[in-house]
Design a protein around this ligand. Sequence first.
Ligand code: NDP
Length: 294
Amino acid sequence: MNLIDGKAIAQKILSELRTEITELRARDFPPGLAVILVGEDPASQAYVRSKDRTCHELGMHSVKFELRASTSQAELLTLIHQLNQDPAIHGILVQSPPPAHIDEATVIQAIDPRKDVDGFHPVNVAKVALGDPSAFVPCTPLGCQRLLVESNVQTAGANVVILGRSMIVGKPLALLLMQKGLGGDATVTVAHSRSRDLPAICRNADILIAAIGRPEFVTADFVREGAVVIDVGINRIADATKQSGSRLVGDVAFAEVAPKCRLITPVPGGVGPMTIAMLMRNTVQACRAFHTVA
Ligand code: NDP
């Protein structure tokens, strides 16, 4: 089977982290993550609970703040300032998107860059661009790169096409894959909604990464025979055959694309579990840096 099993790879990474965390706890340095959710968006609630649950499973210190939707920006900033000062907290994450009255950029910039385990603070964005190893790399791009490395997919010299140029996925992923070294050295093309002839651009890819948020947009005519396809998209579509009335699909039309691929990630069970695993890894990295543990 040509599936990249993101769930299994994430489990392997989490079990390595569990050992590291046990060692840090033995030295009285339990890694601590604070996750803040403003509002009651059900998908965001599910993400926040899953992050909190994973922290507990790994033996990390985890604090979850579920704030009402009417929380003011000033209240949120006060909480972030408190967490910045809290020595038990090494990572701070504000679940995106916040309600419209809150300016996300201001909130991200209020987080101490040393605790910005999402990697969205301008200091970390710059560090990623500079190739500084102390950077916190955004979790989803880091997870995509790790999936390729763990699956022995050669990125050096490969033509990689990334569909999507967001600051959360496409842009940082392009930076990672073009860096020198393991999981890098690729020739990267970033395509977006203004690109001409997407199928032709994508057919040039040895590795195609879809991160656009359009259900099953990437069809077989986008994919070269033998390509590796990473599907970042998470889209909920109506499905009357399901009890819930809906199901999750990626940005790739899996049934028609999979037979052409050398390797492909499923949705769910591909990139999603890696994103959480990389968040845990970044929090452990933050804890080590805080306590200057090599
Ligand atoms: P954004 O909406 O921020 O960005 C989407 C990008 O796709 C933009 O660059 C946009 O182009 C481009 N795009 C949109 N429509 C098209 C189109 N028809 N043709 C070409 N390009 C298009 O999304 P995110 O990056 O935040 O997320 C992308 C997907 O990844 C979503 O499904 C999201 O749910 C999923 N996701 C999954 C995660 C995981 O853990 N697996 C984590 C984060 C996101 P333009 O810039 O021109 O508007």
